[in-house]
Every structure is written in C-alpha cells, then in structure tokens.
Design a protein around this ligand. Structure first.
Ligand SMILES: O=C(CO)COP(=O)(O)O
Length: 132
C-alpha cells in the first residue's frame, strides 16, 4: 500500500463482540493504519484495543454510515470492514445500502463478515511487510 491505509470499522449490535475480538487478533496490523469507525463500534473496539488511534464518527443510525460513505467518496477511506447482522431489521437500512453502494462504486475492498475480513487483513499485513 502506497501510504498509510485508512480502514473503516463498523459492526451492527449483534456483531460488535465479534468485531472487537477480530480487532484484538489483528491489533498489530490495525495499529499501522488510520482507523475510522461509527460511534458505538469505535468505542467498543477502542476498549478492546487501547493501542489503536480511532476516529469515532456519529453512530450509524444517526449518520455515521453516511459519514463513512462520504470519506470513501473523497478517497480518504481505502477499506471497509463492516460486520453486518443479516437477521435484524434496521431503521437506517437505506444508509447501510448507500454505504455499500459507494464502496462498490469506488471499488475499495469491503469485508462484510469475519471470513472475508481475515484474509483481507492478512493480505494487508503482507503488503505492509513487503513495502517496509
Ligand atoms: O449501525 C451501525 C451501522 O449501520 C453501526 O453504528 P454504531 O457503531 O454507532 O452502533
């Protein structure tokens, strides 16, 4: 990766424990990146990983997903890790869809579950090691 990657972290409520656990497992890699997160997710990840410098935006239902979408559109976020809950209806579902749409439009790596996020961060770690 040419410059410090900026990764957006988001998890729906039922997936926040899983994301916190995932972030702990990859704390060393994440610590080399800029991290932005929706409000509640950012707080949970920060608790789990005190070494990370996390920029916390608004909570998802209050506009946080849209803020991250805007950062993707301006090129400031280069990867999205979003642990989604497919079994719960969300009042801000349109915001979630808009965020995923922008991640697709701007063709950034987007992991919607742990099974995808793990190889993505392992690859990122490899890229970092190769360019160090
Ligand atoms: O709702 C979310 C994503 O759609 C996540 O927002 P929080 O991290 O504030 O809970």
């Amino acid at each position: 990766m040419p410059e410090k990657a900026c990764i957006a972290l988001i998890a729906h409520d039922q997936k926040k424990d899983d994301l916190a656990d995932f972030a702990r497992s990859y704390e060393t890699v994440l610590a080399k990146c800029r991290i932005v997160a929706t409000g509640t997710t950012g707080g949970r990840v920060q608790e789990a990983c005190p070494s990370l410098d996390i920029t916390r935006l608004k909570s998802g239902p209050l506009g946080g997903d849209q803020q991250i979408g805007a950062l993707i559109a301006t090129g400031e976020v280069s990867m999205l890790i979003f642990f989604v809950d497919p079994l719960t209806a969300m009042p801000h579902d349109v915001d979630v869809k808009a965020l995923m749409r922008l991640a697709t439009v701007y063709d950034i790596p987007m992991a919607l579950n742990r099974a995808t996020a793990e190889p993505l961060l392992a690859y990122t770690a490899g890229q970092m090691a190769a360019s160090a």
